[in-house]
Design a protein around this ligand. Sequence first.
Ligand code: UDX
Ligand code: ADP
Length: 453
Amino acid sequence: MKNILCIGAGYVGGPTMAMIASKCPDYKVTVVDINEERIDAWNSDDLPVYEPGLLEVVKAQRDKNLFFSTEVFKGIEEADIIFVCVNTPTKTFGKGAGRAANLQYCEITARQIREHAKRDIIVVEKSTVPVHTSKVIGQILSSGDPKYKFEVVSNPEFLAEGTAIKDLNNPDRVLIGGRPNGTGKAAVDELAKIYAHWVSEERIIKTDGWSSEMSKLTANAFLAQRVSSINSISALCEATGADVENIANAIGADSRIGAKFLKAGPGFGGSCFKKDILNLVYLCESFGLQEVADYWEQVVKMNDYQQNRIVSKIMKSQFNTIAGKKVLILGFAFKADTGDTRESPAINIVKQLADEQAEIVICDPKAISNAKLELIGVENVSYSEDPYDAAKNAHLAVLMTEWQEYKGLDYQKILTSMEAPASIFDTRNVLDHEDLFNLGFNVYPLGKKPLIQ
Ligand code: UDX
Ligand code: ADP
């Protein structure tokens, strides 16, 4: 039985390893993290990340061939293959601050692997990292004349939160990049062997390390660009009276464009899109490609613009005074089916409304504890699990996250408890706008005409 170790028990490491353990009973999979609280949670029924279907997979494998532990060094000593799934946040200091990735956690991990290895190891770089990180990790691993050989391969993760289990179970592709020499190819094949337990061969793409790393940045940049593109059109629709959903349907029917990822909304959030685009921008700038950098940076600027635009619309609907008015925020997670709030558009929007001295009540079925962390120091914000209770005396409601349960709320009941005239902003276009209008709401959808009483 071969030993797989994963360093970093976060949104990527936890679900990915649970899936590998479930599909590969011939491997022992151990997930380690320095964060004891997180590991305890992985060993409980209250997992640290909310992901539909994850608990079932974890429970089926835990303590059979899936283990969660804080013993990083012991894990390294026993490992044949190590997945590096530590966080790579955007740098907040020094050169490249606000753009470049902070690789300190990757670097520390590489040093620990070098010091504690007890055999030759394949090191799999899974964190989202800028191009050349495999090389940096490789250089650290091979420095100081180590006793063992390390081969670094890049295997970017493409799972999306909220659908992680589905994506892992049935990936569009698995990408593995390595050095184009004998040992590099052997390591790529060794990793491909793991995925081949459940992924068909034609979906396993083998490439060189740099292309693999850059494919991850490029995929996320293209996806984010689509969101910014449709959001830019939503602004034009509101100005001209066209309907962004009709446009998305019409252009999505063109098979060259495709129907997916054309939903206008409050802008993209999540831990990857902004970080990866800024990485790409930084990379372009470091190679003197300023025009290319500017091109991609515009995707992030458009995302900020969309959120600022929504706040302006809210303000305008309230005669430009929102001070002292109660605002019900429905959803704080960056998208439905996750408790993750990293880079959620709701953060920016709530902060701006709080600056205007609105009284804000935030509801979310899974993200309240993360929302509290995001909004430390922000005044006039309270939290509630119960949207009906939170709606009492509110002047307006803003739907930020497309949670299924918010589609089915009793809006008549909500309207009755709100102040008149009651407004509702549906930043995701998931509610029945005609219905809400007929109940008596002023309805502000995104990228289409408002329905005002
Ligand atoms: C993304 C990539 O999809 C995934 O492959 C990568 O591994 C990590 O980054 P994730 O951030 O979990 O995954 O979510 P995703 O479903 O891609 O959505 C990102 C953001 O775009 C969300 O805020 C979502 O609400 C927004 N979005 C997405 C839209 O506004 N409109 C759309 O049509 C699609
Ligand atoms: P992602 O979304 O990429 O999975 P997370 O922040 O959710 O990122 O998870 C990364 C995890 O990596 C965190 O739980 C963090 O504690 C862990 N981590 C960071 N550095 C180390 C390290 N040197 N050893 C073990 N775990 C680490």
